[in-house]
Design a protein around this ligand. Sequence first.
Ligand code: SAM
Length: 217
Amino acid sequence: MNVLERKLDKTKTKNSYNNVVWFYNLWSWLTESKAAKKVIDLAEIEDGKRILEVACGTGVVFEQIVNGNPNGENIGIDLSPDMLNKARNRLKKVSDNFELREGDALNLDFDDNTFDILINNFMVDLMPQEHFDRIAQEFRRVLKPKGVLVISTFSFGKKRINKIWFWIAKHFPDLLTGCRPVSFKDNLIKAGFSIEQDMAISQNTFPSEVIKAIKIK
Ligand SMILES: C[S@@+](CC[C@H](N)C(=O)[O-])C[C@H]1O[C@@H](n2cnc3c(N)ncnc32)[C@H](O)[C@@H]1O
């Protein structure tokens, strides 16, 4: 499948998420909530773990991570300060055992072998394809050996109706803040993950892929 080209412009990405923050939760509830639920199921969170969510956005999934890990360590990072503020407002109502901070998936500010679980939802699909290997390597680096990665992406989908999203991403990229269908599995394998689960999900025609992978080396 041809992945549409995107260029990295962190300032533009930051600004576009600062701009869509007001309706982002409705959008993700309509198109991504099914995948998000699957991500949480596959992560099999047990209390007492060290968990990182990269690109935590408004904290929809992060809230469930924190609820499942009340005595562990919960860290969420995102490029957009406005998305993080929304996440902070959501999280402070449920717990004080979390940390949210600005951070970049391409240069994770954490030591090697730190986390038991790393979660990343709907971020790779807005990154340039030439950065996919680097992202997979960073995920692997900060996970402990046998650490679990669960990731969801905007995907090509299996049904004919799913193709409409490729068309929108191609012709009206700004409508989707630059996101487009991608495939990330091969980059994970190349970086040193084994694929445990790989699922195609379609919600209101929007196609996603959810992958559970384990750090093997
Ligand atoms: C489509 S939203 C997904 C948010 C959240 N994961 C969810 O599923 O609701 C993409 C998020 O990725 C963040 N992001 C984009 N590039 C990033 C990067 N290089 N490092 C960290 N976060 C990034 C954006 O700021 C935005 O919050």
